[in-house]
Structure formats: C-alpha cells, structure tokens
Design a protein around this ligand. Structure first.
Ligand code: GAR
Length: 225
C-alpha cells in the first residue's frame, strides 16, 4: 500500500509543457504518481498530443457542446472518476470550475499560476507583472477554491525581472520554474504532507531551509547588501 501511486487527472487547454514536466517526473520516479487521464476542452491542444505520445488516456470535451458550465463540469467529473483520479492538476486549463467540479474533488485540485499570488490573478499574469514593473515575478501552485486563483498556496518560486526582458523572455523564465515547482507540489501531496489550515498550507514535515526559498537564481552572498 505504501508504494501505491497517486492517480492524477491533468486538465490543460494549451501547449502542455507543464503536463510534460509531470509526465517526465512520473516516468523518472521523481514523483510517486501516474496520470490516469489527460483532459482538454480544446481538440487542438498540444497537451492532448503530448498525452497521446506518452501513451496516456486522453479525452477532449469541447465546452461549446455544453449549454452551461455545470454540464461541462459534470461530464469532466464523470470521466475523471471513471479513470480513478485522486488528484486533479490544472495545467494551463483556461476555464473556471463550478461547485459541481469543486465539490467532487474537495481539497484535491491543484492549479499552477504564472505569478506570485495574490498579485496578478486571472489571465495574462506574466503581462500584468511585466507591465506593472515588478522586480520579482514568479509562479504559484495553489489548491483551487471557488475564487479565481485565490486558494491556499502550496509553493512558490520567484523569478527576477531583468532590464532587457520582454514579456516573452520573462514568461519563458517563469515557465521553467513552473516545471520545477508543479511536480514538487504533486509529490508533496502524494506523500500526504500538505495540510490545509484555513488560508495556509502547512507542509509536514517541513521543507528543508534550502527548499523553502525557491529563488532563481539563488542569492549570491557576495551580492548581499
Ligand atoms: C502556464 O504558464 C500556466 O501557468 C498558465 O498557462 C500556461 C500553460 O502552459 N496558466 C494560467 O495562466 C492559469 N490562469 P503549458 O500549456 O505549456 O503548461
């Protein structure tokens, strides 16, 4: 029982590089999980292609075929349950979930967001951060609640904004960190180490001090002021 793999459902609407990071780390045994279903609302999503290439079960539910959000969510929940999914990972899934979905997987839905929440929720987070002029951008893995990008935060990584950055170079640097922290958060869940206490997620036992500060690049002591 101890080595039983956590069964994941990954929902994605886009290219699927976060899905790929999860596939790769599952395969490498870095996370003790297996993907039971890759689900997308877009038939041309790169994520579906990545899932197929990896030999995983994939499903497209075209949201335009449903008269309301609840109908789509009911179909998605049924498919995820059929696949025996225990944890849902939203990986660039660009739809808001209704209580139909949220109540089916209480405290069992994670999302990756390309900003240091609570700053810059919603769409185009990297653009929002770039245009605002922040010096530190980053990404967040959080549990999903009924708000938009408001749920309890599991793990974050900070990314410096460089003088010559464009929105695209900044987004790429953030994405590289997403690929690092999302598998890490899933593994912490798989290990039963995430305890939600109100707004806070306590990690038990705690991360090492080195892991607690996920800075990229790590602070260089000679640069300290
Ligand atoms: C990622 O940057 C993810 O954080 C973002 O979409 C991208 C998907 O990339 N998600 C959101 O903005 C959710 N609000 P991917 O398809 O290559 O993983």
């Amino acid at each position: 029982m101890l080595n039983k793999k956590l069964r994941l459902g990954v929902l994605a609407s886009g290219g699927g590089t976060n899905l790929q990071a999860i596939i790769d780390t599952c395969r490498q045994g870095v996370i003790n999980a297996e993907i039971g279903l890759v689900l997308s609302n877009k038939s041309d999503a790169g994520a579906l292609e990545r899932g197929r290439k990896a030999g995983l079960p994939t499903l497209c539910l075209d949201h335009r075929q449903y008269t309301d959000r609840e109908g789509f969510d009911r179909a998605a929940v049924a498919a995820l349950r059929d696949a025996g999914v225990q944890l849902v990972a939203l990986a660039g899934f660009m739809r808001i979930l209704t209580p139909v979905f949220l109540n089916a997987f209480p405290q069992r839905i994670l999302n990756i967001h390309p900003a240091l929440l609570p700053a810059f929720p919603g769409v185009h987070a990297q653009r929002q951060a770039f245009q605002y002029g922040v010096k530190l951008a980053g990404c967040t893995v959080h549990f999903v609640d009924n708000g938009v990008d408001t749920g309890p935060i599991v793990i974050q990584a900070a990314v410096p904004v460089l003088d010559d950055d464009t929105e695209e170079t900044l987004a790429a640097r953030i994405l590289a960190q997403e690929h690092r922290i999302y598998p890490r958060a899933i593994q912490l869940f798989a290990e039963g180490r995430l305890h939600i206490e109100g707004r806070k997620v306590r990690i038990v036992p705690p991360l090492s001090p080195r892991e607690q500060a996920l800075l990229n690049p790590p602070p260089a002591s000679e640069d300290a002021v």
